[in-house]
Write a protein of this length. Structure first.
Length: 186
């Protein structure tokens, strides 16, 4: 069911390319600004790149490119085809791409592909509960806030993270799509 999740997804602002070894140098260059890593599960770029490039059955990572240059990464995660559910996350962008619409369009492309091409019924998002920037972006999608999972995971060398959970379900998708397309000027 989720076989098509590794497709190249072109947009007007960004293109999402299935992540491969050919993206490694561009990822490292895009990740050079330490602000990129404030809320990620690791602050070690080498650890992140090695993990992202390691084949995993429950994840499909992408390079986020703008004008042919890598500006970040995002992924489909926690694939549960038997439940037609997945997560969008492990997203980061170089601060030069913040406020450009790159994140909004990346989420739009991933959501549209999940619901319209892959048959997903539920798409989840999880972020550090303290990450106000990410939480505001998720609310603006609009994804439905579903609560805080206390001490959900260990990050950055053992720090306990409370995670804020959001979701878009298939019934929400038409209105979410319209809202995202209006924001993006589609």
């Amino acid at each position: 069911m989720f076989e098509s999740l590794a497709a190249r997804l072109p947009g007007r602002i960004v293109t999402l390319e299935p992540l491969g070894p050919e993206h490694e140098a561009g990822l490292r260059a895009a990740a050079a600004d330490e602000r990129t890593w404030r809320w990620m599960w690791t602050r070690d770029v080498d650890v992140w790149v090695a993990d992202a490039l390691r084949p995993q059955h429950d994840r499909r990572p992408f390079a986020v490119t703008r004008d042919g240059e890598i500006v970040g990464s995002t992924s489909y995660l926690a694939l549960a085809p038997e439940h037609r559910r997945l997560e969008i996350g492990n997203t980061w962008l170089n601060p030069a791409a913040w406020g450009t619409g790159a994140n909004t369009e990346a989420k739009y492309l991933l959501l549209r592909h999940a619901f319209e091409e892959s048959g997903a019924l539920r798409v989840e998002f999880k972020t550090d509960a303290k990450n106000e920037r990410a939480r505001a972006a998720l609310a603006a999608i609009p994804a439905e806030f579903e609560g805080i999972h206390r001490q959900h995971m260990l990050v950055r060398g053992g720090e306990r993270r409370d995670s804020a959970w959001y979701a878009v379900i298939a019934e929400d998708w038409p209105s979410v799509r319209a809202a995202l397309e209006a924001r993006l000027g589609y």
